[in-house]
Design a binder for this molecule. Structure first.
Ligand code: NAP
Length: 365
């Protein structure tokens, strides 16, 4: 992999708490170019100006890009169309958070309903990758880091683990059919959305086109992540609970979280297929493999269910690829759902033009 100084890194939600703190550290660490992606122009421009001033980074090393609304794949495509015509080495999909609402919030997209928290935390990220790939902006073998959360496997007394009977039930939930589920709790829906983006990350990692790492830095105060709570509750959380949690080592401030995420983004932590976060039962702690904590992370039928809906919403990703392995050429063509159709040139003749056009060519030692 190239050094950080040669890299172009795009971060979604870059104007927010952990996203902005991570952006700042990557600039201080010497990233070649940082593309700060956000949904609102004024916020992402303001964050860029603030980081230029705090880090002394020159304008040429940091750009702001609006329109990255994780609930609107059309806006995402338009935003990607506006990016400069230079390949990106790493994408950090970190925009999102919970949705405070009295009942399961739904999101309408092209006449179909979806569960809103999962849409913004999982399906929106897929739309970003699909749009970048369609424009040929992802470097072959690019690194994709997905912002997770310990809620993906549950945290006792804090976040209930996702519990789907089977892949069909998961699909129904994603499509907004939440009948029969316990009363809506934003923090549980957040955890479930991170379970879903972990399944998405595992599926994409398995396709082998990109290097995909799912990473969560642990419980973090001082961000806007508690937004949406009634004012007094947010006050209690931010001014009383978080400082106490931080003192007790049960939470951290964004700069500490960002050190970990910046290391994950720049490749110091995490290899393809890793799911990394706090130890079992905890919301913060030494970086630990999450897979043994939730066997369904590795369940192919769960991964396929998420992938199918992600493709329905955001379009195909990694459907065609061409790998150069040990000097020999290996083709892989798959349908838009990611099912591999063949791995020989003869299997892929019909796809060859597209494989070459998309050309995520990857030289693997
Ligand atoms: N805080 C924690 O304890 C913790 C722990 C582990 C993981 N995480 C994850 O880390 C990420 C950042 O969280 P944070 O605590 O830093 O929260 P934050 O301060 O609220 O930042 C969230 C960022 O995501 C953006 N965003 C939210 N919803 C979006 C949407 N639908 N489309 C586009 N952008 C959207 C926000 O943009 P706007 O400024 O436009 O609202 C903001 O830039 C989230 O994915 C969160 O789940 C947080």
């Amino acid at each position: 992999m190239s050094t950080l100084q040669d890299q172009r890194i795009l971060i979604t939600g870059a104007n927010g708490g952990i996203g902005k703190a991570t952006s700042e550290l990557l600039l201080r660490d010497g990233v070649g170019h940082l593309l700060m992606a956000g949904r609102r122009a004024e916020r992402v421009e303001a964050a860029r100006a603030e980081l230029m001033s705090s880090t002394g980074a020159e304008g040429a090393r940091i750009s702001a890009h609006a329109g990255f609304d994780m609930l609107d794949p059309d806006a995402i495509r338009a935003a990607v169309d506006g990016l400069p015509d230079k390949q990106i080495d790493t994408v950090f999909l970190q925009a999102g958070g919970w949705v405070v609402a009295p009942d399961y919030p739904k999101h309408d997209w092209r006449g179909q309903q979806y569960e809103r928290t999962s849409f913004q935390n999982a399906l929106g990220g897929h739309a970003v990758i699909a749009a970048l790939e369609a424009r040929g902006l992802l470097r072959p073998g690019a690194r994709i880091v997905v912002m997770g959360g310990e809620g993906a496997r549950g945290v006792p007394g804090m976040i209930a683990p996702a519990a789907f009977a089977d892949a069909a039930a998961l699909k129904r939930y994603l499509q907004g059919d939440t009948a029969g589920y316990p009363a809506y709790q934003p923090v549980n829906a957040l955890g479930t959305s991170k379970f879903i983006n972990a399944l998405w990350a595992q599926k994409l990692a398995g396709l082998g086109t990109y290097e995909v790492v799912w990473f969560t830095p642990g419980f973090t105060g001082g961000t806007a992540g508690t937004q949406g709570l009634p004012g007094w509750k947010e006050f209690v959380f931010q001014r009383i609970a978080f400082p106490v949690f931080v003192m007790l080592g049960q939470a951290q401030w964004p700069d500490t979280a960002a050190r970990k995420t910046a290391d994950a983004v720049s490749g110091r932590i995490g290899r393809n297929g890793d799911l990394l976060g706090a130890p079992q039962g905890k919301a913060i702690g030494p970086i630990t493999d999450q897979k043994p904590m939730q066997p369904q992370f590795s369940d192919a039928s769960f991964q396929d269910a998420v992938w199918e809906i992600a493709v329905e919403v955001g379009g195909p990703v990694a459907a065609h690829s061409l790998h150069a392995l040990d000097g020999s050429i290996m083709y892989r063509c798959s349908d838009s759902a990611g099912a591999v159709r063949g791995e020989q040139q003869t299997d892929c003749v019909a796809d060859l033009a597209e494989i070459i056009a998309h050309a995520p060519v990857r030289a693997t030692p």
